[in-house]
Design a protein around this ligand. Structure first.
Ligand code: G4P
Length: 530
């Protein structure tokens, strides 16, 4: 096996998704702890007010104490080289969060055992489903009062529409949390809490038939467990790795990230079950990651991560082969050859210069303003393009005007650059030009980020007038339809994007259906293409 193949086989690249507060940061932190990437839990996100998350790059994040941008972390564990793509947890998350999922090969979904499936999880989950990537579920906070585990399974299946297969099963919860039962090994591991930076927990593991079980978990829980096992064995799906691989079946684990219970077992199972870097579709066909020729695509552009370096970083996912610092590559959409010097890997604020990287890895390169989301990079004698990254439908809209009309140029430049990074989407009135700009964002916080950045980086003060629309649809068959003649509803507004593609905005979702009914032949789509 060549060195390249060996390196690529070690890679596991995944995103962690959850609703805020489910415990994503805590779980990530524990993973990093096992990998020796950090020494003390609590360094990823400083607890309480004093410290800030390592991904708190932008000032605005610091002011609000939340993380706006998604970060990438790499660490080694048990012979694997792991790339974790973090997604912002705040409810005002952005389109970036969705795009990050385009760079992942699988997803870990963290669910709060007392809350079940929450709004944000549903949104992120939809993107994973669209990509057919494996999804693993970690039901967290079992050391607290939690909902009935069967009810939780049922909720995942009905709300998210994915079948589940519990790998382990909880025995009690909260103060009465006794431990978990491993369905494969048929063993019980009793609950022990490890706090702070402690890695190992001295848990007791016994076989189900062991006479100690009654004493360890109590007769009632033993009885309950036997009933649960019977029910599970009879009713739950088999752990079919083929279905897991296609994203049709999610292996489920129970644990407690805070007390470090069930985390390492989860990590080990997950790493074994999840996939090596996946192939990607390009215009010339599917590209195999193990192909020796380097190729990558840009999935995120991040500006001003650090005030000391006022620059932009383009994050790319390496799809195939090996990358070496300084190598000459073809930036296909830009139509030019470049040398990617000083490529970086991120561990939040720490940037590390990388000499080499492999398929599955994420690298950040300095971007003098030439890259766009979805761009392909390949060897300099090659030319092909990866399938584009979809534009996700914004859910909030505002009309934006600059306060000082003399600053028109800076305003247009700023708004355009920020849109190019993919932080916002910009639109115009259907019948006029750029006099008025309508900005669409996936998460409302982006409005604040926009105002802040225009003021701080472009020296332009703006006024934002929020619009009531929440639904946007691209007119797919714009060449067959006269958009001006579409029979609308009273809450419908026509707009266009910068490439003059017509779009419709709606306040209510039922109006979308109504307009489709009123205009036979009209085709509307939720996703645009970059
Ligand atoms: P997030 O990234 O998904 O938003 O969640 P995060 O890890 O920040 O966790 C949210 C809160 O839940 C934190 O408490 C955290 O300590 C707690 N938590 C995470 N996992 C567990 C668990 O397994 N059991 C219990 N009991 N709590 C858990 P906080 O009070 O909001 O923050 P802090 O004061 O601990 O920083």
């Amino acid at each position: 096996m060549s060195n390249i193949t060996e390196e690529i086989k070690k890679r596991r690249t995944f995103a962690i998704i959850s609703h805020p507060d489910a415990g994503k940061t805590t779980l990530t932190e524990k993973f990093l702890l096992y990998g020796g990437a950090i020494n003390l839990a609590g360094s990823v996100k400083g607890r309480k007010a004093a410290k800030h998350a390592v991904s708190d790059w932008m000032e605005i994040e610091k002011e609000r104490g939340i993380s706006v941008t998604s970060s990438v972390m790499q660490f080694n564990y048990d012979g694997y080289c792991i790339n974790i793509l973090d997604t912002p947890g705040h409810q005002d998350f952005s389109e970036d969060t969705y795009r990050t999922l385009m760079a992942a090969d699988s997803a870990v979904m963290v669910i709060d055992g007392s809350k079940g499936v929450e709004a944000q999880t549903i949104k992120l989950f939809k993107v994973c489903v669209m990509r057919h990537i494996p999804i693993f579920t970690f039901i967290n906070k079992m050391d607290r009062e939690a909902r009935d585990p069967f009810e939780l399974m049922d909720e995942i299946e009905t709300v998210l529409g994915i079948r589940t297969c519990p790998v382990n099963w909880p025995i009690g919860c909260g103060h009465e949390f006794k431990g978990v039962y491993d369905r494969n090994k048929k063993t019980i591991t009793t609950f022990q809490a490890a706090m702070g930076g402690q890695k190992t927990v001295d848990a007791t593991e016994v076989l189900l038939g062991d006479p100690q079980v009654d004493w360890l978990i109590g007769e009632d829980y033993h009885h309950q467990l036997m009933e649960d096992i019977e029910l599970l064995d009879g009713a739950s799906d088999e752990l079919d790795m083929d279905r897991v691989g296609k994203g049709n079946l999610s292996p489920v684990f129970f644990g407690s990230a805070l007390t470090n219970f069930g985390v390492e077992t989860f990590l080990q199972h997950f790493l074994q079950m999840t996939t090596t870097p996946l192939p990607r579709l390009a215009d010339k066909g599917v590209i195999d990651p193990f192909e020796e020729k380097f190729s990558a695509f840009v999935f995120k552009i991040q500006a001003n991560m650090n005030k000391a370096h006022r620059d932009r970083i383009a994050f790319m996912r390496i799809v195939s082969g090996k990358f070496e610092a300084g190598m000459e590559v073809n930036h296909v959409q830009g139509g030019r050859k470049l040398r990617l010097s000083q490529p970086q890997q991120m561990m939040a604020q720490d940037r590390k210069i990388v000499e080499e990287a492999y398929a599955g890895d994420i690298i950040g390169v300095f971007d003098p303003g030439i890259f766009s989301i979805g761009d392909t990079l390949c060897l300099s004698n090659e030319k092909f393009e990866y399938e584009g990254i979809p534009t996700f439908a914004p859910e909030h809209f505002a009309r934006v005007r600059q306060m000082d009309t003399m600053k028109r140029k800076q305003f247009i430049k700023g708004v355009n650059q920020i849109a190019q990074e993919g932080a916002i989407q910009i639109f115009q009135e259907f019948n006029t030009g750029m006099e008025e700009i309508i900005v669409g964002v996936v998460g409302e916080l982006q409005f604040e980020v926009l105002t802040y950045r225009l003021e701080n980086e472009y020296n332009v003060e703006v006024k934002l007038e929020k619009l009531p629309y929440e639904y946007i649809r691209w007119v797919e068959n714009k060449d067959e339809i006269d958009v001006a003649k579409i029979q609308g509803t009273s809450d419908m507004k026509r707009i266009k994007d910068l490439k003059d593609n017509p779009l419709l905005l709606f306040v209510n979702s039922w109006s979308v259906g109504m307009v489709l009914d009123r205009n036979p032949g009209l085709k509307l789509s939720e996703f645009g293409k970059n």
